[in-house]
Design a protein around this ligand. Structure first.
Ligand code: IPE
Ligand code: IPE
Ligand code: MG
Length: 239
């Protein structure tokens, strides 16, 4: 059996195109995207993935047309009320990562409630990056260290970063055909294996996730070393 990534990160891209191709409003694609995400969370749990981190709304997505932004906020509020009881019973611990200052009081309360309701779960950690940017994360970590008068080192920054509680992603998937990070996990993806698929996010299903995991299983992760250094030492000959 090939290796299962401990931590999978996903840029869920392509909802808008999925909807536009069907002559539907973009928000219909985002709704379909929630269905794909629900299935993905379940499948990660079944496959033994321990951490799933998804990019749901970027710092730059605030610049989209106001009706799309408000549609996404409503969808978040609706998804929270519908999905949290299921996540709770499935052993999923949800955590929101991002700048909450631009969110309404109601949405912020919903995020806090969802986190509190699932805090005791241990089967799968599910990080939802919302109003998140990798640059925001690095800057907020540096600002916190500066406030505390702590020296800035790789280790101290790492501990002040939003995903400090979990190991870095092993596998980073992007759907929708683009081959870029778009300000996702700039710090944490330093050694993630990257996997790009043309499938649009609403089409991403269990088989697609299995294909990405299987591809990951074929990679040699060298972390700067040579291939030879990774080979187990040859058994010594006995006379
Ligand atoms: C990703 O899908 C979801 C969000 C950014 C909120 P998009 O909305 O970017 O879909 P495309 O890229 O326009 O198809
Ligand atoms: C990245 O997708 C953000 C999310 C998936 C939430 P975008 O669609 O915003 O990325 P760009 O603008 O094409 O780079
Ligand atoms: Mg997009």
């Amino acid at each position: 059996m090939s290796a299962i990534p401990h931590h999978i990160a996903i840029v869920m891209d392509g909802n808008g195109r999925w909807a536009t191709r069907r002559c539907l409003p973009r928000v219909a694609g985002h709704k379909k995207g929630v269905d794909a995400l629900r299935a993905c969370v379940r499948h990660c749990g079944e496959r033994g993935v321990k951490v799933l981190t998804v990019f749901a709304f970027s710092s730059e997505n605030w610049n989209r047309p106001p009706e799309e932004v408000s549609g996404l906020m409503e969808l978040l509020a609706m998804a929270l009320s519908r999905e949290v009881p299921k996540l709770k019973s499935e052993g999923v611990r949800i955590h929101f990562v991002g700048d909450r200052s631009g969110l309404s009081e109601k949405v912020r309360a919903g995020l806090a409630q969802a986190e509190a309701a699932t805090a005791a779960n241990t089967r799968l950690v599910f990080n939802v990056c919302f109003s998140y940017g990798g640059r925001w994360d690095i800057a907020q970590a540096a600002a916190r260290l500066a406030d505390r008068g702590e020296p800035i080192t790789e280790q101290s920054l790492d501990r002040a970063m939003a995903l400090a509680d979990v190991p870095d992603p092993d596998l980073l998937i992007r759907t929708g055909g683009e081959r870029r990070l778009s300000n996702f996990l700039l710090w944490q993806a330093a050694y993630s294996e990257l996997y790009f698929t043309d499938k649009l996010w609403p089409e991403f299903n269990a088989a697609e996730l299995d294909a990405a995991i299987a591809d990951f299983g074929q990679r040699e992760r060298r972390f700067g070393r040579t291939s030879q250094q990774l080979q187990p030492p040859a058994p010594r000959k006995v006379a």
